[in-house]
Design a protein around this ligand. Structure first.
Ligand SMILES: [Cu+2]
Length: 367
């Protein structure tokens, strides 16, 4: 995993990891809560099951990690790694609100942005690399606070107002946090994009030309290669295209800041070896998207019962974290991609196929 390599390279033998926090586990439109994509669904599918149909996009964000600037010119910058469109489409009124839930969000340094991309007749069939993004919401650095400070203060809920004049139609909404605690070094920024299909209703007609995902950012943009530990921050240029409805006068672009040599953030580089399971245990209440109320997504019954952390727990780990070793030759045992260990688990620990690998303290898996 490139993020693992990067973090390990950056911080040496040790890295602090935070519990899972890289996925939007639920979202709300006009106050109505709906199911997000959970990493459990990925494992369910791998186990031959069927994942619930949701409007949120699936990803293969198996380490609850991020997209880094070396991936800005790949399709993964659109909606995270190997993202595929959600099967459903939710809806919101123009002028209404969409909220995204990022449980246990630990990074308070960096901007938060929301984009929409017109997906034509059917968002469930769209190719992410063809989407053209229009930024409808951005929070950079203001009055001593980052956008992400607000997200943390609001318990991981980010709320975006849909422009009242936005053209009615089907959109992919893209909420993104760019964590900059390591942004002082080249390719140290961490982008966490998450996508959901939402139709905007109303009578709006405005929709500016959008920007392809691969054109959104550059590794050396002043708001990407940015040292947040430079003392008093006098100005911060939010990356990406201009905001919907903003005047077209371009803001002066500052030269990129010097990469910092002694980045105190390095001690908290993270995200490798985060767990590959959800931490938001949504109860499935009011989960259904409107188009398929008879097929309401259910909480996966085989979901590993991970304790929901109430605070961010930091621990140190090395790449050689102990993992129970499965007996790959056994004809008995856990199926490929099944759970084979972790705190609170008391099932079989040998794998019928593959090897039992520790993903985190709560989850080991036959892979
Ligand atoms: Cu992180």
């Amino acid at each position: 995993m490139s993020s693992t390599k990067f973090t390990l390279a950056a911080v040496g033998a040790f890295a602090a990891t935070a519990l899972a926090h890289g996925n939007v586990v639920s979202f709300s439109t006009d106050g109505k809560k709906q199911q997000g994509y959970l990493m459990d669904y990925y494992y369910q599918t791998k186990n031959g099951g069927e994942a619930p149909k949701v409007a949120a996009w699936s990803t293969e964000n198996l380490d609850n990690g991020f997209v880094d600037p070396t991936m800005y010119k790949t399709s993964d910058i659109n909606c995270h790694k190997k993202a595929k469109p959600g099967a459903l489409t939710s809806s919101v009124k123009a002028g209404g609100e969409v909220s995204f839930e990022w449980p246990n969000w630990p990074h308070n340094i960096g901007p938060v942005l929301t984009y929409v991309a017109d997906c034509g007749d059917d968002c469930s069939k769209v190719d992410p690399s063809a989407l053209k993004w229009v930024k409808i919401d951005e929070a950079g650095y203001k009055d001593g606070k980052w956008g992400a400070d607000k997200l943390v203060a609001d318990n991981g809920i980010w709320t975006t107002k849909v422009p009242a004049n936005l053209k009615a139609g089907n959109y992919v909404f893209r909420n993104e946090i760019i964590a900059l605690h390591a942004g002082g070094q080249l390719n140290g920024a961490q982008n966490y994009p998450q996508c959901v299909n939402i139709a905007v209703t109303g009578s709006g007609t405005d929709l500016p030309e959008g920007t392809l995902g691969t054109d959104l950012y550059d590794a050396k943009d002043p708001g990407i290669l940015f040292n947040p530990y430079q003392g008093t921050i006098k100005s911060y240029t939010i990356p990406g295209p201009k905001l919907f409805g903003a005047a077209s006068a371009a803001l002066p672009r500052l030269p990129p800041t010097q990469p910092s040599e002694d980045d105190s953030c390095e001690a908290e580089g993270d995200d490798e070896e985060d767990d590959g399971e959800d931490d938001g245990e949504d109860d499935g209440e009011d989960d259904a998207c409107e188009p398929e109320s008879s097929a309401a997504p259910q909480a996966p019954s085989s979901a590993p019962a991970a304790p929901v952390p109430t605070t961010m727990i930091t621990r140190t780990s090395s790449a050689a974290a102990a993992a129970p070793t499965g007996d790959a030759g056994s004809s008995q045992g856990v199926a490929l991609y099944g759970r084979c260990g972790g705190l609170g688990y008391d099932g079989p620990t040998t794998c019928a196929q593959g090897t039992c690998k520790k993903q985190n303290d709560y989850y080991s898996q036959c892979i």
